[in-house]
Write a protein that binds this ligand. Structure first.
Ligand SMILES: [Zn+2]
Length: 273
């Protein structure tokens, strides 16, 4: 696994951190840098700042959260006073569920429980609903766009003027089953199709976790999202049981249940609006 920055576009770098196999992307301007996602703890966020020295990076002037999950947003406070961008529901998610996420993470990863206690919940203060354009150094445009519900109801993608890249956050995960636990499985295929439509033959696609890839990777993920929906429709139509449809989902046997159950719950109107 790469433990250094990889340039994936003009002045755009990704670094893959072993913790959660997570990607952090930085766009370097002349006077300021933009960082996409801030990791799980203040210590991990400070590690990003340390690692940016390798690039001779200017100060971080802009932060973006791809969505409101703790591993993408709990390092936010370390980057202040930089403005933090995100979907309006990402900010809401952190405000509403931040302490619950902190408690859950402490159970999931007990070795960082003490560090998690130090996290200052600091949701995005520059929020939007559909699209936002940020200017790095007042000249290079960075586009943030909401494509629909999927992994959460607040995932956004990031694209940079002059670089053929697309940062997908956790709408895509490489090398692991996508996380459906807070997701909207029935909406995910359409969202991923919209993402695919923005992807060219040479586009570098950066998932939230795992190796960066290309268009074929997005297509392969779509197969999984569609299979989850088809499986859930059969269950809800009474044609099959959940157990019957699990083999139709191209995820490891122990990972297929949650996506299908979540999709069934969505079809039955149990996820709310
Ligand atoms: Zn996530």
């Amino acid at each position: 696994m790469a433990t250094s920055w990889t340039e994936i576009g003009e002045r755009v770098f990704v670094r893959r951190y072993a913790f959660f196999d997570q990607n952090i992307v930085v766009v370097l301007g002349r006077e300021e840098a933009l960082v996409l996602d801030t990791r799980t703890t203040p210590g991990q966020a400070r590690e990003i700042l340390d690692d940016l020295r390798e690039l001779g990076s200017p100060p971080v002037g802009i932060v973006v959260n791809s969505h409101g999950h703790y591993d993408h947003a709990f390092g936010n406070s370390v980057f202040r006073p930089a403005p933090i961008w995100g979907h309006e529901r990402a900010a809401e998610m952190i405000r509403r569920t931040g302490d619950r996420q902190r408690a859950g993470a402490a159970v999931e990863v007990p070795e960082i429980a003490a560090e998690l206690a130090e996290v200052v919940l600091d949701p995005p203060d520059r929020t939007f609903r559909e699209v936002a354009t940020i200017c790095l150094d007042d000249e290079r445009e960075v586009e943030l766009r909401y494509l629909g519900r999927g992994h959460t109801d607040n995932d956004i993608i990031l694209r940079v003027d002059g670089a053929d890249i697309l940062c997908a956050g956790d709408l895509l995960e490489n090398g692991a089953t996508p996380f459906f636990g807070h997701g909207y499985p029935m909406d995910w295929p359409a969202t991923a199709e919209a993402l695919l439509a923005l992807t060219g033959e040479r586009t570098v696609v950066v998932p939230g976790h795992g190796d960066h890839a290309g268009r074929a990777f997005v297509e392969s993920q779509l197969v999984g999202f569609r299979a989850v929906c088809d499986a859930a429709r059969r269950v809800v139509a009474g044609e099959a049981s959940v157990e019957d449809v699990l083999p139709l989902v191209p995820y490891p046997a122990d990972a297929a249940l949650e996506p299908v159950e979540r999709a069934v719950a969505q079809l039955r109107g149990e996820l709310g609006e």
